[in-house]
Design a protein around this ligand. Structure first.
Ligand SMILES: Nc1nc2c(c(=O)[nH]1)N[C@H]1C(S)=C(S)[C@@H](COP(=O)(O)OP(=O)(O)OC[C@H]3O[C@@H](n4cnc5c(=O)[nH]c(N)nc54)[C@H](O)[C@@H]3O)O[C@H]1N2
Ligand SMILES: Nc1nc2c(c(=O)[nH]1)N[C@H]1C(S)=C(S)[C@@H](COP(=O)(O)OP(=O)(O)OC[C@H]3O[C@@H](n4cnc5c(=O)[nH]c(N)nc54)[C@H](O)[C@@H]3O)O[C@H]1N2
Ligand code: SF4
Ligand SMILES: [Mo]
Length: 873
């Protein structure tokens, strides 16, 4: 495959997860974009998940930032950039380089990321550049470096096709890397899920091991013991590894509980030991932990002991979250790294990079890691902060404190595509960046494949690419020629040339020097390329030859011992809060939240609560609950679910002050970190829970944005406009006035029914024969057909205040299949009425599940539920 694409289409890469799916983009000439999977991309072979499929719905310009903003007023680029350069220079002059910091992102393109690092580490002269990858991949980086000598992902996606057993550890692959999950399902490999919570990834799994939170080291130490006892240590491979005896001794001494029965452990051990082609995929259930680095090494130990690494169909596989998490690691995005997998703390590496950049002395000590960085922002040590392509006021642990720290910082610059984020609202200077589909560069996915992102849409207003903004600030700070870039291709070539030094002189794994002379045209046409790419050839899997990157060429097994999460439940905070992702939203929703069909899957922040806990708390399904931790507070919708274990509620991370001000889950999360990787423990914070004693609950729909003023609200996009859940501790006296304020409607006629004795009110507004908005209020959580009501605004239907569709209209229910917009009620009805027995049968009847396949696990569980129901009847 080359850069050329079918007529009218342009090849690019999906901007969401680390699977790195290829897309074919067809702009319609009017700002719209048709998106389909690229059949020739090696990551997805044409498949896309629900988020990739809906990309076209997120490129609208309504929310975009069009021009720089300085102190709240629109400014020219010249003014804004000079101001940023002057303030950073001034802080450096007065307080030294370490009083400045950059906080960047694994979603930046490699070229952007490289320039940010070069500017901070090479020229401003501080190592205070860290990235949201600290919240994401830092523990894996430590684990890899300790075991292999470098941060190397050994395997490739082809291994997933060839594996006979795939173990998912702390990974909800079905929702977070859906195209890889489909790939695993298609291969027919057995699946084992290790997760305290039952997830969509358990669909079709041979085994779900619902471990104690944090017990991963105990599980893999147990496996290592079983490997030794079964005589399954690979004696031939032993020449390539060291530390087996110590690791085994530590494993034998580790008596921590896993939370599993001996039988479950035995089945798992037999399966793992008895299946040579095993890939162990791990993600945030492993990384986001105070023992994250040790969890990674516990997994790597088992693969190294059995020699199951680097060979087809086997190996440990850290799946990366963000589209360029790998690229960030390549350019040295973390505060303790240099570009091209070189180490900041290695004097020879520093000297080489300094010479190559023609820079001043490089900082010798690592800079501040994310959590410490925001502490330093909070206590005034950092006086100038530049945040690029990330939303830390939402996504950092102890998020209220982080928000206050940013608010209180002397000088804050935020580069984003929109000004409507919790972080952007705190900036002194806002810089408008070009977004996906408007910019050019490269990203590296989970299996080291470098793919191009290509521009097909014009930049809105004055927006500029991130690399260009950074380079211009570098020039204005007086670092002239070092930042004289005119195209991303130049930056790519420079990075590739530096990797030749890293690979050639220092024997590092990351070497793409074979691409250092790429012409502009060849860069434009670059097809997906897996590194390493040296002049002597291209890479496939690492470590098949048993050669590792420690000085003696051997891999190291590490003795590790289970450590429980940082804090243990107390009477005051008896619940352990697990957090993570939902299928159809991307992080802080600044893009996926714009898509009605993605927002229809799960439209409100929620807390999954085990029925036993709910009973003890006197909480019923759809109640609102107040969740409190020592750090903050949230209000979430309770969903009773036995997918979570008692005492271990789960909440998704996506909601923000823009979408649900009390739904910011990171306000609850403790800022405790892994001692080596600095990665926060985002999945094991202690909380208390109580029912919110709301006096009223509401549901509103409108064609226009609403202006809520109440204790709880959460908004979501719909095809008709917006829908909103509301609640308050005290009911307003006048519902008509409240509704008019909510909708910003003063003149339109209201149609209303209310029953003050029961605390219910239903008010709709019509204009020119069309429904504009409607509010439904009750003294208990409102039971109405939300998905039907959400479609009413803008229609000429008579204002319907019953909350139910007319007899001849069916309420489709929450959207399960985002591709074809098929609702849950439609699916359940079809399953029951037509006796559908398989996901395929649902597909034939309703199309649901036949495009991206992301909803197939949920379809399967609906079939199962209906079969259980029948069996019980
Ligand atoms: N839809 C969607 N997909 C995404 C993203 C998104 O925002 N939305 N974000 C992307 C990014 S950046 C990332 S990093 C990835 C994350 O991808 P994943 O890591 O798969 O996602 P999470 O939901 O954060 O967490 C995974 C699981 O860890 C489990 N877990 C919690 N504690 C433990 C534990 O102690 N041990 C074990 N074994 N498991 C535990 C949780 O119950 C959860 O099911 O997803 C990427 N893909
Ligand atoms: N409780 C809890 N917290 C977590 C996690 C968890 O599992 N649980 N996961 C953590 C993980 S793994 C991650 S990766 C983080 C993610 O958290 P964040 O990185 O904070 O979340 P995003 O919403 O992806 O933020 C990206 C921002 O970049 C902006 N943007 C989009 N395109 C561009 C562009 O081209 N240029 C620029 N300059 N800006 C752009 C978006 O509008 C958005 O504001 O969250 C972490 N926080
Ligand atoms: S799996 Fe989905 S979100 Fe991830 S890259 Fe592919 S299409 Fe994008
Ligand atoms: Mo992530």
């Amino acid at each position: 495959m080359d850069g050329s694409a079918p007529v009218g289409e342009v090849r690019s890469t999906c901007p969401y997860c680390g699977v790195g799916c290829g897309v074919l983009l067809r702009p319609d000439g009017a700002g719209g974009l048709a998106v389909r999977g690229d059949p020739e991309h090696p990551a997805n072979h044409g498949r896309l998940c629900s988020k990739g499929t809906a990309l076209g719905e997120t490129v609208g310009l309504g929310h975009r930032l069009h021009a720089p903003v300085v102190d709240g007023a629109e400014a020219s680029w010249d003014e804004a950039l000079q101001h940023v350069a002057d303030r950073f220079s001034q802080v450096v002059a007065e307080h030294g380089p370490d009083a400045t910091a950059f906080y960047v992102s694994g979603q930046l393109l490699t070229e952007d990321y490289y320039v940010a690092n070069k500017l901070m580490k090479g020229f401003i002269g501080s190592a205070n550049i860290d990235t949201n990858s600290r919240l994401c991949m830092a523990s894996t980086v430590v684990g890899h470096k300790r075991a292999f000598g470098t941060d190397t992902v050994p395997g490739t996606y082809e291994d997933l096709d060839q594996a006979e057993l795939v173990v998912l550890v702390g990974s909800n692959l079905a929702w977070c890397h859906p195209v890889l999950f489909q790939r695993v399902r298609a291969s027919g490999a057995k699946i084992v899920v290790i997760d305290p919570r039952r997830t969509a990834s358990c669909d079709g799994a041979a085994l779900h091991l619902a471990i104690e939170p944090g017990a991963d080291v105990a599980v893999f130490n147990g496996l290592l013991r079983a490997i030794a006892e079964a005589g399954a240590v690979d004696a031939g491979y032993a020449a390539h590894v060291e530390g087996l005896d110590d690791a085994l001794a530590a494993a034998r001494a580790d008596t921590a509980k896993t939370g599993l029965s001996p039988e479950e452990e035995r089945v798992f051990h037999d399966l793992w030991i008895g299946t040579e082609k095993v890939v162990t995929i791990f993600s945030q259930g492993v990384n986001q932990s105070t023992s994250g680095s040790d969890k990674v090494n516990a997994i790597l130990n088992c693969h190294l002991a059995t020699g199951r690494i680097g060979k087809p169909g086997m190996g440990p596989f850290s799946v990366t979250g963000q589209p360029n998490a790998m690229g960030g690691r390549e350019v040295g995005g973390l505060a303790n790294m240099l570009a091209c997998h070189l180490d900041l703390e290695n004097a020879d590496h520093r000297a080489a990079v300094r010479g190559f950049w023609n820079a001043g002395p490089l900082p010798e000590a690592p800079g501040l890691k994310a959590v410490d960085m925001f502490r330093a922002v909070g206590d005034g040590r950092i006086k100038a902060l530049w945040i690029i392509h990330t939303n830390p006021a939402v996504s950092m642990p102890d998020a209220d404190a982080v928000r206050d720290a940013i608010k209180g910082c002397e000088f804050v610059v935020v580069s984003d595509v929109t000004g409507a984020t919790d972080t952007a609202r705190l900036a002194d200077v806002l810089l408008p960046a070009t977004a996906w589909a408007e910019k050019e560069g490269t990203v590296t996915n989970s299996d080291r494949t470098i793919s191009r992102q290509r521009a097909v849409l014009p930049a809105p207003g004055h927006a500029r690419p991130d690399w260009d903004i950074l380079a211009e600030v570098g020039r204005r700070m007086g670092f002239g020629t070092a930042f004289d870039y005119e195209t991303p291709a130049e930056i790519f070539r420079e990075h590739a040339a530096l990797s030749g030094i890293a690979g050639g002189r220092f024997g590092r794994d990351f070497d793409i020097s074979g691409l250092a002379d790429l012409s502009d045209a060849a860069y434009d046409a670059l097809s997906p390329t897996r590194w390493p790419v040296t002049s002597s050839g291209k890479g496939d899997r690492f470590f098949a030859d048993g050669r590792f990157f420690h000085p003696n060429g051997k891999a190291r097994l590490l003795p590790v011992t289970t450590r429980p999460p940082a804090a243990m439940p107390t009477p005051e905070f008896p619940y352990r809060l697990n957090t993570g992702r939902v299928r159809d939203q991307w992080h802080t929703m600044t893009r996926t939240g714009l898509s009605p069909r993605l927002s229809g899957h799960l439209a409100e922040p929620y807390l999954d609560l085990h029925p036993q806990d709910a009973a003890a708390l006197q909480v019923t399904h759809a109640d609102l609950v107040e969740v409190t931790s020592p750090y903050g507070r949230a209000i979430l919708r309770a969903r009773l679910s036995d997918a979570v274990q008692p005492g271990q509620p789960f909440a998704p991370m996506h909601w923000t002050a823009e979408t649900a001000p009390t739904g910011r889950v990171d306000a609850l999360v403790a800022p405790v970190t892994d001692p080596v990787s600095g990665q926060p423990e985002s999945k094991a914070s202690l909380v208390s829970i109580k029912r919110m004693e709301a006096a009223w609950y509401g549901f509103a729909v409108a064609t226009e944005k609403m202006n809520p003023d109440c204790d709880y609200w959460a908004v979501a996009s719909t095809s008709a406009g917006f829908r909103m859940e509301l609640a308050g501790y005290k009911a307003p006296e006048d519902w008509d006035a409240t509704a008019r304020a909510l909708f910003g409607i003063s003149d339109a006629a209201a149609i209303s029914v209310s029953d003050p004795a029961r605390g219910t009110a239903r008010i709709a507004f019509e204009q020119d024969g069309h429904i504009k908005a409607a509010l439904f209020v009750g003294s208990t959580p409102i039971a109405i057909m939300r998905d039907y009501i959400a479609g009413l605004p803008g229609t000429a239907a008579p204002a319907n205040l019953t909350g139910r569709p007319p007899a001849d209209v069916v309420d489709a229910g929450a959207i399960l299949c985002a591709c074809f917009g098929v609702g849950i009620n439609t699916i359940v009805t079809a399953i029951e009425a037509d006796g559908l027995m398989s996901v395929e049968a649902i597909g034939e009847a309703l199309q649901a599940g036949t495009n991206c396949g992301s909803c197939r696990p949920e379809l399967a569980s609906l079939i199962m539920r209906s079969q259980h129901k029948e069996a019980a009847e």
